[in-house]
Design a protein around this ligand. Structure first.
Ligand SMILES: Nc1ncnc2c1ncn2[C@@H]1O[C@H](COP(=O)(O)OP(=O)(O)OP(=O)(O)O)[C@@H](O)[C@H]1O
Ligand SMILES: [Mg+2]
Length: 357
């Protein structure tokens, strides 16, 4: 097994991508490695003509993925928008892997992201020694993607200051990046496009200017529709985590995952699943991604400090940690939920006991 902690999507799923390419009968947009139809199959999974099984990466509405992929064939860029933990980065990585065969051209947006990290920078030693030349130019992932006709990913676009965001406008509308110092311009090769992600929960974000907004097609990724879908997501992600981390634990029982997801969904929506009891929602987002972490944590506890079988005790610490983000208010809300909901469920006694400790 590779020593890399987390491989790129195009490496982890190389076999699937290769098989999809072999079976692909659709028309390829310029510089795409797969047809749009095959990219969607790669994302949502399916069976190929020769019986090869493609695993689903995104679990949810297929239509959303079709819109996302179709957008990338046009001159508009794609913005994946939504609550934290709704798979925006995950989808963006898989889209880039399937379309360009490279998900690594990426810029992490922060308040400190500068224009140079989007356009280009200089190797100052060289610049001083030799003066401005193409050799002294430091390419950014955006510039490389333009030259190679690939997808570049910009994570957390709205954390980038508004003035810096606007450097993207020319890139997206003119598909060109001028380098006045050298009196040249880099023109984007066909196949180039941008996938940005942004979440609508974080504080201190910078709204997109309307000029920039117009150059993006926004696809909103929702929280999973129903509990079974969410359980399926958690189960699949936990199983792949186990494989990578080689945790010495048994596969978690579906029942255990169902309970975690139930707790998360109920607290998130402020209502029990049967619709009978109103509860208060804690301050955190309680996303699917956090449910995945809680189960992963529990698996590690069970594997290393338990008998290898996931129990309520293994999960308790993780659940409490995920739910109580504000030590005062959330603590009260959680206690109330434990007493009014968890305690009354016949087969939840073990969770109640474990969480009370
Ligand atoms: N609908 C879904 N289908 C498949 N996986 C999902 C889904 N929703 C969440 N996940 C899983 O949740 C995890 C977290 O997703 P990701 O990091 O992409 O979230 P995000 O939307 O980028 O969040 P943030 O806004 O915090 O950056 C991923 O491991 C992903 O597999
Ligand atoms: Mg993200």
């Amino acid at each position: 097994m590779s020593q890399v902690l987390r491989g790129h999507a195009e490496d982890l799923y190389a076999l699937e991508l290769e098989e999809l390419k072999k079976q692909d009968s659709g028309k390829l947009p310029a510089n795409w490695t797969l047809s749009p139809q095959s990219v969607v199959t790669y994302l949502v999974g399916g069976k190929l003509k020769n019986g090869f099984e493609v695993t689903p990466k995104y679990i949810g509405n297929r239509r959303l993925m079709e819109i996302a992929v179709a957008t990338l064939t046009t001159d508009r860029a794609l913005l994946l928008y939504g609550l934290p933990g709704t798979a925006k980065s995950w989808v963006s990585e898989h889209l880039a892997a399937a379309i360009s065969g490279n998900s690594g051209l990426i810029i992490q947006g922060t308040a400190g992201t500068s224009e140079e990290s989007i356009r280009y920078g200089w190797n100052y030693a060289r610049l001083l020694a030799e003066g401005p030349s193409e050799k002294a130019l430091v390419e950014t992932p955006v510039m490389r993607a333009m030259k190679e006709g690939k997808i570049v990913r910009i994570e957390e676009l709205t954390r980038i200051g508004a003035d810096v965001q606007d450097t993207l406008i020319t890139i997206l509308s003119e598909k060109s990046l001028p380098v006045p110092e050298l009196n040249i311009e880099v023109q984007a090769v066909r196949g180039f496009n941008v996938i940005a992600t942004a979440n609508n929960r974080d504080k201190g974000v910078n709204d997109l200017s309307s000029a920039l907004k117009r150059r993006f097609n926004t696809v909103i990724l929702p929280v999973p529709d129903n509990i079974d879908e969410e359980i399926d997501i958690v189960r699949r992600r936990v199983e792949s985590f186990e494989k990578v981390m080689e945790v010495p634990a048994e596969k978690p029982a579906l029942q255990e995952i169902r309970r975690i997801v139930t707790i998360f969904r109920e607290l998130r929506s402020g209502l029990t699943l049967d619709g009978k009891t109103k509860i208060k929602s804690p301050s955190g987002t309680l996303s699917t991604a956090e449910a995945i972490s809680v189960v992963n944590n529990g698996m590690a506890m069970a594997g290393y400090f338990g008998d290898g079988r996931l129990t309520a005790e293994d999960l308790a610490a993780g659940i409490t940690g995920a739910i109580i983000k504000d030590p005062v208010q959330d603590q009260v809300i959680w206690q109330e939920y434990l007493e009014t909901v968890v305690k009354t469920r016949e087969d939840w006694k073990d969770i109640y006991r474990a969480c009370k400790q």
